[in-house]
Write a protein of this length. Structure first.
Lengths: 268, 248
C-alpha cells in the first residue's frame, strides 16, 4: 500500500469519527429534558441577529484595550525580566523589587486589581490624571500581565544555554550587547507560544473591565440580556472573542514554523 | 620583551573543589603550548581563567606585560585581544555564518559593517568556508561549525588564541579538517595555548607540552621528550592509558 493511499485513509477515518462523535453529542444535548428552554434562552437566532451589531461595536473597545495593553506589556515585561537577570550583588535591590512586583501582581486576582485601581485611582482626584474607568482598567491589565509575561521572558532567557553568553562575552561583547544580540533573540523565539497563551488570556480579561462600567462586549451583552431576559447576547460575545483568538493562534504557528525553517536554511 | 602570556601561582576553586592549585606558565610570542592531562585535571578551567570567563582566587595572569587579573581591569578590552574556541563550538544559531563572524568586530571594535563583512569573507575563504557565508550553523557539519568558530575568534585579530578541546565533539572523520586549520594558524605565527586529547597532533604542532595533573603542571618540555620519555610516574601512567586506548 502506498503512503498516499494510507494518508487518504487516515483522513477518511478522522472525518468519520468526528462526524459520529459530534452527532452523538448533538443528539444527547438536544434530547435533554431542558433543551427547548435552553435553546430559547441561549440560542435564539432572532435575538442573536438583533444584539450582534451592538455587541460587535462594543467589542471594538475590547480590541482597543487589548492592543494598547499588549504594546506596553511586551516592553515592560521584558524590562522586568532583564532587571531580574542582572548579575552581581550591586543589583540585588533591583532584583528584589522585581521579584516583589511579580509575586504581588501574580498573587492578587485580576478583578481585584481592576476594582482597586478603577474605583480608587479616580477617587484621588489628582490633576492631569484621567478619570476614565477604561483608562484605569487598561492600567490594571498592564500591571497584572506584565508580571505574568516577565516570567515567560525569564524562562526564555534562562533556557538559553550559558555557553551562548560565554561565547559572546569571550569575544569582548558587554553584558548588554550579549543580552541584546545573542541571548534575547533566542529567548524570545522560544517563548512565542507561551507569550501568545498569555495574550489570549489578556484578550479575554479585557471583559473584566466591564465590571468598572466600561461598555465593552461583555457589559453590552449583559445590558442586552437584562433588557430581553434572554442570554443569547452572551453567546454572541463569546463568538466574537473566539473569532479573535483563532487567527492569533494560527499566526503564532506560522511564526514558529518560519523560524525553524530559517535556522536550518542553507543560504542562497 | 615581556612574555605573551604569563601565569603566576594561579589558583581557582569551585566551592571546596580546588581545580587549579598554583599554576606557573609562560608562553612566548609565536609559541604553541599544548596542555595535556586527564579529564578534570583543570585544562579547560585554566583556559577560561585566562579569558576571564572565570575569576581566579589567587595569583596573577599577565598578558604582554599587563596584569589582566588586577581589580578594575576592563574585561571586555582584555577579551578582545584573547580569542577562545570551545569544544561545543557555541556558534549563535539564530545568525548566519557571516553574522556570527561580524558580530563582535562591529559591536566591540566598532568596525564599519562593510569592512567587517569584507574581512570576514576573506577569512572564511582562507579556511574554505566562502560558500557557507549565508548558511545557518544548524545546516553545517561539526567540522565546518568549528572552523567557523575559529574564524569568528580570529575576526577580532587576537594576539593570543586559546583552544579548548576543539576536536573532542567531532566525528573522527571531521577532526583532520579542524586540525589543519590550527596548523595553518601555527605556521602563521599565532601564539596559542591548546588543551587537547590529540597526542599525535600535540607532538606535531606544539613547541612545548605541559602535563596537568590535579591542578598543577607536573611536567613540561618539548613534545618528543614529554610524550616519549616523561620523567614523572604520573605522566607515564597517563600516556600509558592513552596508548592503550589507541590514541597515540
Amino acid at each position: 500500500m502506498t503512503a498516499g493511499v494510507e494518508g487518504r485513509r487516515a483522513v477518511v477515518v478522522a472525518l468519520l469519527s468526528t462526524v459520529v462523535f459530534f452527532t452523538l453529542l448533538g443528539v444527547a444535548i438536544t434530547h435533554a429534558p431542558g433543551w427547548p428552554e435552553v435553546r430559547r434562552t441561549f440560542f435564539d437566532w432572532g435575538q442573536f441577529k438583533d444584539s450582534f451589531p451592538e455587541i460587535a461595536d462594543a467589542f471594538l473597545l475590547n480590541v482597543k484595550m487589548f492592543c494598547i495593553a499588549e504594546a506596553f506589556i511586551l516592553v515592560f515585561a521584558l524590562l522586568l525580566a532583564i532587571v531580574r537577570s542582572l548579575p552581581g550583588p550591586v543589583f540585588f535591590p533591583l532584583r528584589a523589587l522585581g521579584i516583589a512586583y511579580a509575586d504581588f501582581f501574580r498573587g492578587v486576582p485580576t478583578i481585584l486589581v481592576i476594582a482597586l485601581l478603577g474605583f480608587g485611582a479616580p477617587a484621588l482626584q489628582l490633576k492631569h490624571v484621567p478619570l476614565s474607568t477604561t483608562f484605569w482598567g487598561i492600567v490594571a491589565l498592564i500591571l497584572v500581565y506584565t508580571a505574568y509575561v516577565s516570567e515567560v521572558y525569564r524562562a526564555g532567557i534562562e533556557s538559553v544555554h550559558p555557553s551562548q553568553d560565554a561565547a559572546a562575552r569571550s569575544l569582548g561583547l558587554t553584558h548588554f550587547q550579549s543580552l541584546r544580540k545573542v541571548v534575547l533573540p533566542q529567548a524570545v523565539r522560544r517563548v512565542i507560544p507561551p507569550l501568545l497563551n498569555d495574550f489570549i488570556g489578556l484578550q479575554k480579561d479585557t471583559a473584566l473591565v466591564g465590571f468598572l462600567g466600561s461598555v465593552e462586549a461583555f457589559k453590552q451583552s449583559q445590558i442586552d440580556a437584562a433588557a430581553t431576559f434572554n442570554y443569547t447576547p452572551f453567546v454572541a460575545a463569546a463568538v466574537l472573542f473566539v473569532a479573535l483568538t483563532i487567527p492569533l493562534a494560527r499566526f503564532t504557528d506560522w511564526l514558529v514554523l518560519r523560524d525553524r525553517r530559517r535556522r536550518q536554511a542553507v543560504g542562497a | 620583551m615581556p612574555e605573551a602570556l604569563s601565569l603566576e601561582q594561579v589558583r581557582k576553586s569551585f566551592g571546596k573543589l580546588e581545580v587549579l592549585r598554583g599554576i606557573d606558565l609562560d608562553v612566548a610570542e609565536h609559541e604553541v603550548v599544548c596542555l595535556i592531562g586527564a579529564s578534570g585535571s583543570g585544562k579547560s578551567t585554566l583556559l577560561r581563567c585566562v579569558n576571564l570567563l572565570e575569576p581566579i582566587d589567587g595569583g596573577r595572569i599577565v598578558v604582554e606585560g599587563e596584569e589582566i587579573t588586577r581589580s578594575g581591569v576592563d574585561v571586555n578590552r582584555v577579551r578582545r585581544r584573547i580569542g577562545i574556541v570551545f569544544q561545543a563550538f557555541n556558534l549563535f544559531p539564530h545568525m548566519s555564518v557571516l553574522a556570527n563572524v561580524t558580530l563582535a568586530p562591529t559591536l566591540a571594535l566598532r568596525t564599519p559593517r562593510s569592512r567587517a563583512e569584507q574581512e570576514a569573507t576573506t577569512l572564511l575563504a582562507r579556511f574554505g568556508l566562502a560558500d557557507k557565508r549565508n548558511d545557518y550553523p544548524d545546516s553545517l557539519s561539526g567540522g565546518q561549525q568549528q572552523r567557523v568558530a575559529i574564524v569568528r575568534a580570529l575576526a577580532m585579530r587576537p594576539d593570543l588564541m586559546l583552544l579548548d578541546e576543539v576536536t573532542s565533539a567531532l566525528d573522527p572523520e571531521l577532526v583532520a579538517e579542524v586540525l589543519e586549520v590550527i596548523r595553518e594558524l601555527a605556521a602563521g605565527g599565532m601564539t596559542m595555548l591548546i588543551a587537547t586529547h590529540e597526542m599525535g597532533f600535540a607532538r606535531d604542532i606544539a613547541d612545548r607540552v605541559c602535563f596537568l595533573d590535579d591542578g598543577v603542571i607536573l611536567e613540561q618540555g618539548p613534545p618528543e621528550r614529554i610524550l616519549t620519555s616523561p620523567a614523572e610516574p604520573r605522566t607515564q601512567q597517563f600516556l600509558q592509558r592513552i596508548i592503550e586506548a589507541g590514541r597515540l
